[in-house]
Ligand binder design. Structure first.
Ligand SMILES: NC(=O)C1=CN([C@@H]2O[C@H](COP(=O)(O)OP(=O)(O)OC[C@H]3O[C@@H](n4cnc5c(N)ncnc54)[C@H](OP(=O)(O)O)[C@@H]3O)[C@@H](O)[C@H]2O)C=CC1
Ligand SMILES: CC(=O)N[C@@H](CCC(=O)OP(=O)(O)O)C(=O)O
Length: 316
């Protein structure tokens, strides 16, 4: 069966990447809206209601509007925006989050694609809390760097205009109200929102999310080996998936750590570095903000919803 898929916002950064990933698929017919009508509510309602699946690559308000235009119970939705990530009735689209998440996504009609930053945090913290190695009330800090495509068309334009004059490393979100905090908290199963200090770099895409841990503040101090084993055990039982766990404190590979390692793919690597004598550790995830952080995850979720074998279909 050929699935009819509409990418709402196909001219944007995320939409274009999804389109590229799906363009050669014979099991998918891409529905498109003429450019001059792409924000026309009535044209949009028609196409949304005729699609088997709609992937929303829009600002939050426009994503909410598109969902409200769907009047049937057959169009399934993947929303790449922040609008529905902690909303009732929506499944969280991080398939590797736990061992049954991919089947929950497969049967869902509404899937919220995860934010790029939260995925790196959830991948580490959820398994550590489940294993009892980190308390849910731990006061987490998170930092990292993302390519400027993470900010969409407007940030891309600004960086490309500035060229070499653009800031090479710019911390942002310094009012500590980043839109990703609610989903980080909820799906990491933390009791509090982390202190999050993201940064954007002067390169196009790829990100590195870092979670430092002051283990000495814990009642029971886990070793690096215990942290690593809990994370590796978690991903060992997740079916399929695109997350790999590097060997513990692989210092030889530390010099190769790069936010751009997974560019153009849907992969994510997780690294654990620890010094047991100092009771300190840092957890570092690398992935493509436009891959696993956005378009790759959206295609992975679409494949799950369509019942397509990810390992063969996801050239994404
Ligand atoms: N870039 C990234 O790394 C990631 C982005 N996301 C999310 O994906 C969504 C899209 O982001 P991104 O692709 O970066 O953003 P862009 O700004 O690159 O693209 C958004 C697109 O949506 C279009 N648009 C706006 N309003 C409407 C509307 N009412 N109907 C149809 N099209 C509309 C815009 O057109 P115009 O410019 O003409 O207004 C633009 O082409 C956002 O919610 C973002 O949070 C998710 C994960 C990662
Ligand atoms: C560099 C940069 O600005 N990144 C964006 C996140 C992009 C992303 O993946 O998140 P959404 O899906 O929520 O848009 C930010 O921090 O807001």
């Amino acid at each position: 069966m050929v699935a009819r898929v509409f990418i709402d916002g196909e001219a944007g950064t995320t939409g274009l990447q999804i389109r590229e990933r799906l363009a050669t698929r014979r099991d998918i017919e891409l529905l498109s809206i003429p450019d001059h009508l792409r924000k026309d509510v009535s044209a949009k309602a028609d196409i949304l209601n005729s699609a088997d699946a709609a992937i929303l690559c829009l600002p939050d308000a426009a994503a909410k509007e598109s969902v409200s235009l769907i009047s049937n119970d057959t169009t399934r939705v993947i929303d790449a925006s922040t609008a529905h990530r902690v909303a009732d009735g929506w499944e969280y689209g991080f398939a590797e989050m736990d061992k049954s998440q991919s089947s929950r996504i497969a049967s869902a009609t509404r899937v919220a694609n995860p934010g790029c930053w939260p995925q790196g945090v959830i991948a580490f913290v959820r398994p550590l809390i489940a294993a009892g190695l980190l308390p849910a009330d731990y006061r987490l800090t998170v930092n990292g760097i993302s390519g400027y495509s993470g900010g969409g068309k407007s940030m891309i334009e600004a960086y490309e205009k500035a060229g070499d004059k653009a800031n090479v490393f710019l911390p942002y979100g310094l009012s500590f109200n980043h839109k990703h905090l609610p989903e980080m908290k909820r799906y990491s199963t933390l009791e509090n929102e982390p202190l999050f200090v993201p940064a954007v770099g002067n390169y196009y895409k790829g990100m590195l999310t870092s979670v430092p841990l002051q283990l000495s503040t814990l009642d029971k101090v886990p070793t690096g080996a215990e942290l690593h084993a809990a994370i590796a055990d978690h991903f060992a039982v997740v079916p399929g998936g695109f997350v790999d766990v590097a060997p513990l404190a692989d210092l030889e590979r530390a010099g190769e750590l790069s936010p751009q390692t997974h560019n153009g793919t849907n992969g994510m690597s997780l690294h654990v570095f620890a010094n047991d004598a100092r009771a300190q550790a840092v957890l570092i995830a690398t992935y493509d903000n436009l891959g696993k952080g956005a378009s790759g995850a959206a295609v992975q979720n679409l494949n799950l919803m369509l019942g397509v074998d990810e390992t063969t279909s996801l050239a994404a």
